[in-house]
Design a protein around this ligand. Structure first.
Ligand SMILES: [Mn+2]
Length: 318
């Protein structure tokens, strides 16, 4: 078995930068939160790099030690960059200059499309990075507390779609049970995450869904969030979170696609599938990545063209 990276960091008192992926979600924010707490408890000097805006339903995971890439000074040096929930280098939520200041890169991830770009890669096909961190903690007999449970639970509950997706295993539920044993306030966590949507975000979602298009014998749902829609509803792109899942949850739909217009020649594609289509494979065609049931990629083309490309690729597999 690979020696436990966390144990090595503690024994060497290494300095660390925790780096989640771009457009942070519940898993990378929750796992950054607990890992930072773990380091605090072991007096390890560290920061979390957060260049993006944290979506409002995850602001309870904000930490005082969060810095932007640009806050890291030229002469600073760190022993480790710990990259969480990120399958490839181009998805990292920090500028490359930050990585250059770290002697070693440790990747902790659960994407099957992970490209093993770190010096050390801990990649396991579990529900979430939260579940993977829990396993690493258990290996070294670290006693998780309520603060850890807040981060770990957020990771697991969001990446499993509240324990509904096929990545939920009996191990996942056993981990959740262990978190509950700490007595942490899971109801307050759930409220923060799921019952805390800004009104403009809900209106954007409704606007996108009301213009839904169906393809592939009505098995494919396609939604769009354009720059013009963001302006109209006073939203940022991170407010598009949750739309692609709503498309998937329509009966008869196997694949849901959300096209996010970043600029006139860049479209980010999010995909969700319900029961059989491997959307990670489709993403790989466009140099993206992800999981069987949730994946994404970027297409450098105008919206209309990107739509044709992705629909063609999906329809050929149905
Ligand atoms: Mn994840």
């Amino acid at each position: 078995m690979m020696s436990n990276v966390l144990k090595n960091i503690i024994s060497s008192q290494g300095t660390c930068l925790i780096i989640p992926h771009q457009s942070p979600d519940g898993d990378c924010l929750g796992s950054s939160y607990t890992l930072s707490h773990f380091f605090e408890r072991h007096q390890i000097k560290h920061h979390i790099i957060m260049d993006d805006v944290i979506p409002s339903n995850y602001t309870f995971l904000k930490k005082n030690n969060m810095l932007k890439s640009s806050d890291i000074k030229d002469d600073e040096k760190y022993d480790y960059a710990i990259i969480l929930d990120t399958s490839s280098l181009d998805r990292i939520g920090a500028s490359k200059s930050v990585l250059d200041k770290c002697a070693s890169m440790i990747v902790i991830d659960h994407h099957k499309t992970n490209s093993f770009f770190g010096d050390t890669n801990i990649v396991e096909m579990v529900s979430s990075v939260g579940e993977l961190l829990f396993n690493l903690y258990t290996e070294i007999d670290y006693v998780i507390d309520q603060e850890d449970a807040i981060g770990l639970y957020t990771s697991i509950v969001t990446d499993t779609g509240e324990f509904r997706y096929s990545n939920t295993t009996n191990k996942t539920l056993q981990v959740a049970a262990k978190l509950f044993e700490t007595g942490f306030d899971f109801e307050s966590c759930s409220r923060e995450i799921f019952s805390n949507q800004p009104l403009e975000k809900v209106v954007l979602k409704s606007s996108s869904l009301s213009n839904i298009e169906l393809y592939g014998n009505k098995q494919v749902a396609l939604m769009i969030v354009s720059q013009q829609m963001l302006k109209q509803h006073n939203c940022d792109m991170f407010h598009s979170d949750g739309i692609v899942e709503a498309g998937r949850d329509i009966s008869g739909i196997e694949v849901s696609v959300l096209l996010k217009e970043i600029d006139s020649n860049t479209v980010k594609v999010s995909m969700r599938s319900k029961s059989f289509l491997d959307v990670a494979e489709i993403s790989l065609v466009f140099n993206g990545g992800g999981h069987n049931r949730a994946a994404g990629c970027t297409i450098n083309a105008p919206l209309k063209e990107a739509k044709q490309l992705i629909i063609k690729e999906i329809e050929s597999r149905l």
